[in-house]
Design a protein around this ligand. Structure first.
Ligand code: C2E
Ligand code: CA
Ligand code: CA
Ligand code: CA
Length: 278
């Protein structure tokens, strides 16, 4: 995983080396970074399995640290959740993601944009209105936005979270259950939350070609999604064997390093042209 992270930074030449993975940050470091506009969004393509068409992107936050280089979210998102900074982080990411989506749309590239939200965001009752305000400010239709949700130990107030998710869905914002099949992302959530999309965790995708047990779980996930009328995404399509396997399923969308790495927003139109020529 570390190696692949570094690989992301090798491709776009403008990136400095990634930060030392062991570096620990303090809440005040991150607070300053957010205030100084150091969070940057990279975007990873989501393409149709059957036709390879680019229809959406997932927004993945990075911290462009002045001394340490590019810091990846595993090193600061949990800190943000613990130290009350997650609302500010999510707001900054949402704003950038929608702004970028609008810029693409203005050049005729219409993409769904997925933003990761933390369960800790789903404790703030004004979150649905905040999302609606940001959409309106960017001039984007709510259907263009997908919020990717992973359950975590931080789900302190289940009733409030479910209420917030339902109100977002009523505003026609897409909701995706992320990392489906892992401990935190379960059948119980599918029963309670009006999701529109299911993302099969890369643990069931990468390596599935040679592993009948993974294939069985992948198929079962697709079956549940189909019966509930959810769009499906296979994440972590990393090598040609993964692709060969997923291609033979009826999964709707695929995402992974083999298709495209997370990249700065302005790189995406050029990437799309390359991909279309393949
Ligand atoms: P995630 O939502 O499951 O995002 C997918 C992660 O897998 C990303 O790592 C992505 O770069 C990586 N990935 C994509 N394709 C492949 C592949 O083919 N193989 C492998 N091995 N990995 C692949 P990243 O960007 O480091 O993000 C890690 C996690 O941090 C995300 O997992 C998400 O839970 C969280 N995160 C990222 N951005 C945000 C954000 O803006 N807000 C919040 N709350 N969480 C975020
Ligand atoms: Ca995600
Ligand atoms: Ca995921
Ligand atoms: Ca994950």
């Amino acid at each position: 995983r570390d190696l692949l992270h570094r690989w992301e930074t090798l491709i776009p030449t403008s990136h400095p080396a990634r930060a030392a993975p062991g570096r620990i940050y303090r809440p005040e470091d991150l607070r300053r970074g957010i205030a100084d506009g150091e969070l940057v969004c990279h975007f990873q393509p989501k393409v149709g399995r059957a036709d390879g068409a680019l229809t959406g992107v997932e927004c993945l936050v990075r911290w462009q640290h002045p001394a340490d280089g590019l810091v990846f979210p595993d090193q600061f998102v949990p800190l943000a959740e613990r130290s009350g900074l997650i609302d500010d982080l999510t707001q900054a990411v949402l704003e950038q993601a929608l702004h970028q989506a609008r810029a693409w749309q203005d050049t005729d590239l219409r993409l769904d944009v997925a933003v990761n939200v933390s369960m800790a965001n789903l404790l703030a009752l004004d979150f649905p209105n905040l999302v609606a305000d940001r959409l309106a400010a960017a001039g984007m239709a709510p259907e263009r936005l997908v919020l990717e949700v992973t359950e975590s130990q931080l789900m302190r107030d289940r009733v409030t979270s479910l209420d917030i998710l339902t109100r977002l869905r009523l505003k026609r914002v897409g909701l995706s259950i992320d990392d489906f099949g892992t401990g935190h992302s379960s059948l119980a959530q599918l029963r309670d939350v009006p999701f529109s999309e299911l993302k099969i965790d890369r643990g069931f995708v990468h390596g599935a070609a040679g592993d009948p047990a993974l294939q069985a779980m992948f198929d079962a996930s697709l079956g549940i999604a189909r019966q509930l009328g959810l769009k499906t995404v296979a994440e972590g399509v990393e090598d040609p064997d993964d692709w060969l396997y997923v291609r033979g399923t009826d999964c709707d969308m695929i995402q992974g390093y083999l298709i495209g790495r997370p990249m700065p927003g302005p790189d995406l139109p050029g990437w799309r042209a390359d991909w279309a020529r393949r």
